[in-house]
Design a protein around this ligand. Structure first.
Ligand SMILES: [Zn+2]
Length: 89
């Protein structure tokens, strides 16, 4: 089983969009989600909305929703580690 997580680009809000893909029991799958600038993590539903899964910083509620069309595209996607380096720079 191979799994891959990349950051594909940014949507119209400027939020980073990641893609998680792999091959599971029922064949290949992938889904998109928003990636936090602080930690390169995904959002998690909490008592009062949505927060970063890694540091629990509060996020806009839309962060927990479906990412929109990409406006800025990072080629074929960059690794989450590379994304973390870029946002720290
Ligand atoms: Zn965070």
């Amino acid at each position: 089983m191979t799994e891959r997580v990349v950051v594909l680009g940014r949507d119209f809000r400027g939020w980073a969009v990641g893609e998680y893909s792999g091959v599971g029991q029922y064949g290949p799958f992938s889904f998109r989600y928003y990636v936090t600038e602080c930690c390169g993590a995904d959002g998690k539903g909490v008592e009062h909305g949505v927060a970063c899964r890694a540091c629990y910083r509060p996020l806009p509620i839309e962060f927990g929703g479906e990412p929109g069309e990409l406006e800025t595209v990072f080629g074929d996607g960059i690794s989450v580690e590379r994304f973390r380096e870029l946002v720290k720079a």
